[in-house]
Write a protein that binds this ligand. Structure first.
Ligand code: URA
Length: 227
């Protein structure tokens, strides 16, 4: 059944967006420094969102509609990490809500039998790169500490890395995603399963069966079995 996770019809409304709608504050240079310093002291995702505020640490801030912080259960055992917001995500302020997002939601709901609000979904960078280009190294360097802190606060049992960019960035590897996927890795001491990005699957539906293999390993791990 898992390989059938094709987008169908409308998706249910998300209910757990409490961590992504904090009001923004404007950041002077001093504030930016103290924001970085405050990262360590953030005790939960709401505090982290406040620390990030109206982030101006990199040039992606100038083109964004919304900073896309992340969505889901702050105590999720399973976390998905993508590359960065696209147009739909930038407009809505929520990760994975476009066509690729619908496919990810199908993987979670129809494939894994979970609700989208049971897991946590975030990206390596929180603001949309122009024309959906890959995030640049300075943008990743500015933003990855936010992702690391999110992971540190959530402490999921398993992270699923979505696509070449996110996985190679997290693992600091140039190994092709075709070789990384399907094998367990570690990020910040947490088990990480790389798999193909849902946007890639929209272009290459035949590879859904490979993602299903990866997802089955994740489900086994979540259930405490050796994958
Ligand atoms: N692709 C990503 O990597 N992240 C999103 O949030 C949407 C599309």
């Amino acid at each position: 059944m898992g390989v059938q996770f094709l987008p169908q019809g409308n998706l249910p409304e998300m209910t757990s967006k409490s961590t992504q709608t904090k009001p923004a504050t404007t950041g002077s240079g001093d504030e930016r420094l103290s924001r970085r310093a405050s990262l360590d002291s953030a005790q939960d995702l709401d505090e982290l969102r406040e620390v990030i505020g109206d982030c101006r640490l990199c040039k992606l801030c100038s083109g964004r509609t919304h900073l896309v912080f992340g969505v889901g259960n702050p105590r999720a055992e399973l976390m998905f990490v993508g590359e960065g917001p696209g147009r739909d995500e930038d407009l809505k302020g929520e990760p994975f809500v476009g066509r690729a997002g619908q496919l990810l939601t199908d993987i979670i709901t129809k494939g894994m039998g979970l609700r989208r609000e049971d897991v946590y979904i975030a990206n390596v960078v929180k603001c949309r790169p122009p024309e959906n280009r890959n995030p640049e190294p300075d943008e990743v360097a500015s933003c990855e500490p936010f992702l690391k802190k999110q992971i540190d606060l959530i402490r999921p049992k398993v992270i699923v890395g979505l696509g070449k960019f996110a996985v190679q960035t997290l693992l600091q590897s140039k190994v092709p995603i075709t070789r990384l996927r399907g094998n367990w890795h570690t990020y910040l001491g947490i088990k990480l399963m790389p798999t193909f990005h849902p946007a890639y699957l929209l272009r290459n539906p035949a590879d859904k069966k490979l993602v299903w293999e990866d997802i089955k390993k994740v489900m086994k791990e979540m259930q405490g079995e050796n994958a």
